[in-house]
Design a protein around this ligand. Structure first.
Ligand code: HEC
Length: 154
């Protein structure tokens, strides 16, 4: 009888170990899943994506000295504090932000379509304010013209 109890105990231990190890595996699996979701969210957060429809927005303005200098004037009023005097994303107000203001000389910005940048400027995200209300559509396009000029310089 004593022997029988010993083997029962052993069996319980074995089953216990199996259950425990499978639950540990399960936990590390769910942790990995949560971790990759967290990463995906972070990537979405860092890579600011505009909806595909924004790509087809066309700049109605012609690129002229006038539209460039109008854009520059607006830039010096509304944008330089974060994006910097010359657009490197190094303005005095941008210093303490988690996600840094965009650098307009960076290929990541230059490669985006006018419509995409216009959409971002209109809607904002996080520390980047939306300019839908503050600026007219024409002013926002003037800014895009100016950002393109900034992007041409080193
Ligand atoms: C209060 C600070 C602040 C001001 C003022 C500001 N921005 Fe920004 N801007 C940011 C930040 C921060 C980001 C990055 C946001 C992100 O990626 O989450 C950004 C991103 C952008 C982007 C997107 C670039 C990209 O990486 O796709 C554009 C375009 C832009 N800003 C244009 C402007 C223009 C034009 C103005 C002026 C009318 C302006 N911003 C004013 C903080 C600012």
């Amino acid at each position: 009888m004593k022997k029988y109890n010993f083997y029962t105990l052993l069996l319980f231990c074995a089953v216990g170990v199996i259950i425990l190890s499978s639950s540990i595996n399960y936990q590390s699996l769910t942790y990995k899943k949560a971790d990759s979701k967290f990463l995906q969210d972070t990537i979405k957060q860092v890579a600011w994506l505009a909806p595909a429809s924004a790509d087809s927005l066309k700049n109605p303005l012609t690129i002229s000295q006038e539209s460039i200098s109008k854009g520059e004037e607006l830039y010096n009023m509304y944008c330089f504090s974060c994006h910097g005097d010359t657009g490197y994303g190094d303005g005095p107000a941008g210093g303490s932000m988690g996600i840094r203001p965009a650098n307009f000389h960076d290929q990541k910005v230059i490669k985006q379509k006018d419509g995409t940048l216009f959409w971002k400027l209109t809607n904002g995200k996080g520390n980047m304010p939306p300019f839908k209300e503050a600026l007219t559509e024409e002013q926002r396009w003037q800014l895009i013209v100016f950002l393109r000029e900034l992007g041409k310089t080193e």
